[in-house]
Each structure stands twice: as C-alpha cells, then as structure tokens.
Design a protein around this ligand. Structure first.
Ligand SMILES: NC(=O)c1ccc[n+]([C@@H]2O[C@H](COP(=O)([O-])OP(=O)(O)OC[C@H]3O[C@@H](n4cnc5c(N)ncnc54)[C@H](O)[C@@H]3O)[C@@H](O)[C@H]2O)c1
Length: 442
C-alpha cells in the first residue's frame, strides 16, 4: 500500500531513505534547511555521493514519487509520516548534540498543530535511549499543543546502512527494528515496510534506540580486536591473516551468539589466565593493546557491582547459591563467586554457601586441595543443604545458571532479598520478590 512520507534531513541517511522508499512506490517529500540539497533532489540529482543513488533519484523524480522542499509545514501537511534523519554529532566533550533533532521536532510540531489528520513521526537519527521520551515527545507536544498517542504517534526506526553500500543495505537489511511506546502506533511503519525481507522486531522506544548503539559499539569492538590481534601477530612475526582466517572458521564459539548474553563475570582456569598471559606478552614487546588490557578490569567491575548490590541491602547474613565458575562444574579456580565470597567476608558478612557441584565431602583431587589449601575459610562455609541457606540467610544471591529461579522464588519469605547475578531478567525478579528495587548488579 502506497504511503506519503516526508523526510527531514537530506544527508546520507535521509537521501538514501527518501530514494529507496520512493523506489518502492511511496510518495516522498524530502526536507532540508539547505536549499541547495532540496534543489538538487528536485533536479533529479543526488545531494550526496553514493553508488547508484543519483540514477534512483532521477527516476523517482521523473515519475513524480520524489520531490523536495525547504518548507517543512507543507511537507507535514501533505504526508502521513515524517522521518527525522538530521545529524546527531558529538559535542567537544563527547556528549550527543541533539539540537538539530530538537529544532526539527519544533518545526514538525508547529505543522502538526495546523493539521487535522493523525500524523506519525519516526526518529531515524541515531539517538541515545530515552531521547524519544524526554525530548522528542515533549517537544512535539509543546509545539503542537496536541498529545502523543492521540493526535500523533512517535516511533523509532534506526538506520543500519553502511556508506558505499547504502542502497543494497536498505533493500536487504539484516533486520528491521520498530520502537514505540504502544504497538498501535506502528501501523503506518508496518505498511511502509511491508516489502522488507528479514526479521522485523517490534519493541519499546528505548530498546529500539539502544540497539543501534549496541550494533555500532560491537562493530567498533570487532574492528579494534582484529587490529590488536594483527598488531600482536606482527610483532611476533606470525601471519595475522592465517590466524584470523582460522579464528573466523569457528562459527560455534567465535563468530556466533556464544558469550553474547549479559550475565555475570567470567572466570575459570583458562580465560583470565590466557588474557593475562597475552597482555603480558604484548607489554614485554612494548606493544600497547588497550582493548585487551581492559578485559580483566572490565570483568572485575561486575564482581564489584555484585558486592555493592549485596552490601546496599544493609543485611549481613548472605546466602550464595553457586560457587564454581560455571554451572555443571566443580572448578573453583578464578571463580568470580569465590571473589564475591572473599570480599563479603572482608566486609563482615556472615555467609553460607551452597553449590550442587561443590560438596566438599565428595570432592577429590585438585579441587579438594584447592579448597583446603587456597580458600579453606570459604570451604568451611559450604553446606550440602540448600534449605539451611534459605532458612538462615537474609539475602539470597543466585550465582549459577543451574538454579531454578521460579522454584526458589516460591520458597523465599517476604523479608528476604533475592539478588540474581546471572539471568537477563534479574531486574524483574528482584522487584517481584522484594517489593523494593535492589540496585542491579553486574
Ligand atoms: N551516515 C551514516 O552512514 C549513518 C548510518 C546510520 C545512522 N546514521 C545516523 O543518521 C543521522 C543522520 O546522519 P547523516 O550522515 O545522514 O547526517 P548528515 O549530516 O549527512 O545529514 C543531516 C542533514 O540534516 C539537515 N538538517 C539539519 N537540520 C535540519 C532541519 N531542521 N530540517 C531539515 N533538515 C535539517 C542538514 O542540512 C543535513 O543535510 C545521524 O544521527 C547519524 O548518526 C548515519
């Protein structure tokens, strides 16, 4: 179904979005404060350099689907949906400059004030989570005198194009994301993107705003990681191409969703030791690898946050459920839960610890001697009886993915505080059990 769309900001994102939506048969009006950009579009020329864009703009301009103006009020009056794709650069201190977004919201708001029909405003610029709720909606409501959700809707639809392959990226997206405070607000976007291949995710405004940053931060992380691997290989006279080729061949653990679910700090006998060895090796070569060097400090922060959340309850009788570094193992070497236990003991907490795989009486070999020789004070706090922990302790901490949270919840008293360090929905769990928001750990 053909729709009418105005696009505010005819830079890389706006020009590509305008041309591609017009190519799909929608009637598009581009809007820019720079008259030369609007003039270029009206003359069938592209305001930016991008492969195949000029031809697409010329065709859509000829068939009447694409035009441009500097008159935002007219553009809003003549369309059902307005995209905001103005720039959001960094200020000198790194803060996001939202002045262009605010200006354009004032302009669209004034135009909505003059309009009787419902209007949908879609933020496509990259903006931090909360921008729609704290800036876009209030500015539109103030300048229009109307209400979001009643007279107009605000949605978020982040752009994932890469310059140079922008048109191909637009038509073959990895996925499409729609954010709104109410799914009913999304009907116009659903129709506009009816042609889109790949999965379409509908979520909240803030999650939709966040996903764009998570993607870009991850891409930056991957590029920096590869460059640091390359630099270290270079110093060691190893071909980095060979190493990264083999590395990329593992699509189960390396190039995969593995290790990408937020949870608690990592530990165990390998990851910390090997990251430490690699960064020491680089230091020995006088090679700075800031990314690799930041991994263990980043991991340690999760332990500190967990301890802080427990201490903030102001209760001192703490039960830890889970002690080994990973569910399904009795390995305590470099376990972050051992670190949590040690710190809490130092803070004067009275601990009881239960881990179904760490029963001292049944341990043999190196794990038993690790407990007896390295952490005997923690070994003494272990119990085989989870009920004992639940009966005696005021704060119960889940430190293992093997704990059945639902069953545990049913057994807790209202005066007990549950802190879940390992699951993604831990915030909800905390609120539900305790009726008080405990600072989110990790
Ligand atoms: N460039 C990319 O590859 C890319 C990819 C994804 C997301 N983004 C994000 O999209 C947004 C836009 O990026 P861009 O590279 O297209 O920016 P850009 O600087 O190329 O274009 C912004 C345009 O907005 C216009 N503008 C400013 N105020 C206006 C107003 N009040 N009314 C109408 N037009 C106005 C400017 O004149 C300019 O033409 C940014 O938030 C950016 O982070 C960019």
């Amino acid at each position: 179904m053909s729709k009418s769309v105005s696009i505010f900001g005819l830079g890389y994102v706006g020009a590509v979005t305008a041309a591609c939506l017009a190519h799909k048969g929608h009637r598009v009006i581009g809007v820019d404060v720079t008259a030369a950009k609007a003039d270029a579009l009206n003359a069938g020329r592209s305001p930016i350099v991008e492969a195949n864009l000029e031809e697409m703009i010329a065709t859509c301009n000829r068939n009447g689907n694409l035009s441009a103006t500097i008159d935002g009020v007219r553009a809003v009056a003549e369309t059902e949906i307005s995209f905001i794709s103005v720039g959001t650069p960094s200020l000198r201190n790194g803060k996001l400059d939202l002045s262009a977004v605010e200006n354009v919201c004032q302009q669209i708001g004034r135009a909505i004030a003059l309009k009787n029909a419902f209007h949908t405003v879609v933020v496509r610029s990259t903006v931090l989570p909360g921008t729609a709720e704290t800036l876009v909606i209030p500015t539109l409501e103030r300048s229009s005198g109307k209400r979001e959700g009643i007279d107009f809707a605000v949605c978020n639809n982040p752009e994932f194009l890469r310059e140079g392959t922008a048109i191909a990226d637009f038509f073959e997206p990895s996925f499409t994301v729609f954010g709104a405070s109410n799914p009913r607000s999304l009907w116009a976007l659903r129709e506009l993107y009816a042609w889109a291949p790949g999965r379409i995710f509908e979520t909240t405004l803030a999650a939709s705003e966040m996903i764009k940053y998570v993607c870009n931060a991850f891409h930056a992380l991957k590029a920096s990681f590869a460059n640091e691997v390359g630099a270290l290989c270079g110093e060691l006279e190893i071909d980095p191409g060979v190493v990264t080729e083999i590395f990329k061949a593992d699509t189960r653990l390396n190039i995969s969703p593995a290790y990408l679910t937020p949870g608690f700090a990592f530990g165990g006998s390998c990851l910390p030791k090997d990251v430490r060895a690699l960064t020491y090796c680089a230091k020995d070569l006088d090679l700075k690898l800031p990314l690799m060097e930041s991994i263990l400090p980043s991991n340690a922060e999760h332990v500190s946050r967990a301890v802080e959340a427990i201490l903030q309850t102001r209760k001192r009788k703490v039960g830890l459920l889970g002690l080994s570094f990973k569910d399904g193992t009795d390995d305590l070497r470099e376990s972050p839960m051992v670190q949590v236990a040690k710190t809490l003991i130092g803070e004067g907490c009275s601990l009881r610890i239960w881990d179904k795989n760490v029963i001292v009486g049944r341990l043999i070999g190196s794990n038993r001697s690790f407990i007896e020789q390295t952490i005997p004070h923690i070994g003494q706090l272990l119990t085989e009886d989870m009920d004992e922990v639940l009966a005696e302790q005021e704060v119960i901490v889940i430190g293992s993915k093997g704990i059945d949270r639902a069953a545990l919840l049913a057994r807790l008293r209202p005066d007990q505080v549950l802190i879940d360090l390992v699951s993604v929905d831990r915030m909800t769990v905390n609120v539900r059990v305790t009726q008080q928001v405990v600072a989110q750990a990790a």
